[in-house]
Design a protein around this ligand. Sequence first.
Ligand code: DC
Length: 224
Amino acid sequence: MKYRSIAVDGPSGAGKSTMARMVARALGFLYVDTGAIYRTLALFALREGAAPADAQAVAGLLPRAGIRMGYGEDGGQRMYLNGEDVTEAIRTPEVSAAASQVSAHPQVRAFLLDMQRDLAKTGNVIMDGRDIGTVVLPDADVKIFLTASAEDRARRRLAELLERGEQIRFDTVLSDITERDRRDSTRSAAPLRQAEDALLVDTTDKSLEESFALLLQTIQEKLA
Ligand code: DC
C-alpha cells in the first residue's frame, strides 16, 4: 500500500510545527518534526564538547549518536538521545543555533536521511523541515512552502520564549532568526528553498486560525 505524504518546508518560526501538527490531527496523518532530529544531534555535540560548526568533529560523533523518535501518551513526538528523553532539552536558543550549524554538514544530512524516509513508509505522514519537498520526499503528494516575514516570525518566537520563561529581547530573537535564515538558505548541502512544485503559503499578518484554515484548504484541494 502506498501511503500519502505532505511535505512542509520553510524558514524558522513560520509556524510549521504548530500548523503541521494541527493538519495531522485534522487529517489523521502522523506528524514528523524533522528539525527535532537535527536538534537532538546538536544537543549531543554540545554535551560532547564538539564545536557544532566543525564538520569533522560532528561527523566523528555520528557512530555514537543513538537518535530515536517516538510518540508520547498524548500523541506528541518525543526525541530520545541514547535512550534519554530530550524532548524539552532540545528547545533552547543554544540548541537552535547549534542545530542550524550541524545541519549544514553533508555527512550529517546523509546520516539522517534514511531515518526520515523510513518514517514516511510507516503511514500517511505530514513532515516538516527545510528540505522535505526537495530532498527527503521528492515524490510527496503535497508540497507546501510555508513562510512569513522575518519580523512576524520573530514576534511569534518571542512570545513562545517569554511564555516558557526565557529572558530575551525582540532584537535578539530577530537577529537569531535572520542569521538562521541566512545559514539555512546559503549552505551548499540541501539549502532551504521552495521546491518547484511546492505551493506557497504566506502567513504574514495572519492569525494562527487564519493561517491554519489557509494551509488546510491548500492541502485538501491538492489531495483531492
Ligand atoms: O525546524 P527547527 O527550527 O526545529 O530546525 C532546527 C534546525 O535544523 C534548523 O536551523 C535547520 C535544520 N533543519 C534542516 O536543516 N533540515 C530539516 N529538514 C529540518 C531542520
